[in-house]
Design a protein around this ligand. Structure first.
Ligand SMILES: [Zn+2]
Ligand SMILES: [Zn+2]
Ligand SMILES: [Zn+2]
Length: 178
């Protein structure tokens, strides 16, 4: 049985990094849902919390990842695009699986890691950090650990890593969408 986790939504392509959650949600309601009797700004705000923000260096755009109630997630994702201020931003399910920086396995963060030593992200060997790596060959540490073929064809955390794809699929399936 898969455990049901709270759905997460990401607001992508946000130009203004300074918006607080409250400002964002107020705009989402006012500009997109004010004619929908099912929603008030207060109800919307009570149905979500800010998980984290993401921005790429050198890019003016950022993303906001929200934990949402199932009802709010459905309402947001159904629209697909939302007006926030002068922008139109994309809303999608957020299903990126976390890759542990210590052991390079998906599904938990460093604080929950039960491995003592570090797994090197560069060569996949368990006993040194990637900063201290002296090994020439590059491998995906996650695939290498599971003895997967092709671990030398991509880097740890690569978009096309089969372990990552699998973890993301599992996460999407475990997310409640009804
Ligand atoms: Zn770990
Ligand atoms: Zn190494
Ligand atoms: Zn891999």
């Amino acid at each position: 049985m898969v455990s049901i986790i709270r759905p997460y939504c990401s607001f992508l392509d946000l130009e203004n990094k300074g918006y607080t959650l409250q400002e964002t949600i107020n705009a989402v309601w006012e500009q997109n849902f004010s004619d929908d009797p099912k929603w008030t700004a207060a109800k919307m705000l009570g149905s979500c919390r800010l998980a984290f923000r993401k921005s790429r260096r050198g890019s003016s755009q950022s993303a906001m990842i929200l934990g949402c109630s199932v009802e709010l997630r459905n309402a947001l994702v159904q629209r697909g695009r939302l007006y926030i201020g002068w922008e139109s931003c994309r809303v999608e399910d957020f299903t990126t699986a976390i890759c542990c920086p210590k052991c390079a396995q998906y599904g938990h963060g460093e604080r929950k890691c039960r491995q003592e030593a570090n797994t090197c992200y560069r060569c996949g060997v368990l006993d040194h950090k990637s900063e201290d790596c002296k090994v020439e060959s590059r491998k995906c540490a996650t695939c290498h650990r599971f003895g997967q073929k092709g671990s030398e064809t991509h880097e740890t955390g690569a978009r096309d890593c089969p372990a990552r794809t699998h973890a993301e699929k599992r996460m999407a399936e475990a997310t409640a969408h009804f």
